[in-house]
Design a protein. Structure first.
Length: 155
């Protein structure tokens, strides 16, 4: 009788170990997000948000128009702007969030890009979930024909 219990227990432990190995393998094999083409409003918006998420403020700074409200004087200052409530990107930079482009509407030199941001949270064993916010990014072509972000609004 004791041997059957030992074999059953060993089977359970080996099953748990196998699940852990599979979970780590899936997490490590998952492809890293890549930047998109910068010749579309969607690509610029995606690249800006990805740069913020990766805390690459030099790259994120390049996508901003000097006309944007609160335009930082230097790329290093962009981290301070995104840290505070001024621009509201704390959820995106936390590492437990994702975003996706919902649609883009281009009208000549202006474009609007709607982005859905999903924030995942965990406050204990039985209190976890997600909430979604929507971001509308407005872009304009500059004098070099590049798309630059001139405004964004969370709603």
């Amino acid at each position: 009788m004791l041997k059957k219990v030992d074999i059953f227990l060993i089977g359970i432990v080996l099953g748990i170990v196998a699940l852990v190995v599979v979970a780590f393998t899936i997490a490590l094999v998952k492809p890293k997000p890549a930047h998109q083409s910068e010749d579309t409003p969607e690509g610029v918006s995606y690249n800006f948000l990805l740069a913020l998420q990766q805390k690459d403020y030099e790259r994120a700074y390049e996508y901003l128009s000097p006309d944007i409200l609160g335009y930082p004087a230097r790329a290093e200052d962009l981290a301070d702007n995104t840290n505070g409530a001024f621009w509201g990107f704390n959820d995106l930079r936390s590492g437990s969030s994702s975003f996706e482009i919902v649609y883009a509407n281009e009208d000549g030199a202006l474009a609007n890009v709607k982005v859905q941001i999903n924030k995942f949270y965990e406050n204990g064993l039985f209190d976890s979930g997600q909430y979604t916010s929507t971001l509308l990014i407005t872009l304009r072509r500059d004098h070099e024909n590049q798309w630059k972000i001139i405004k964004f609004v969370f709603y």
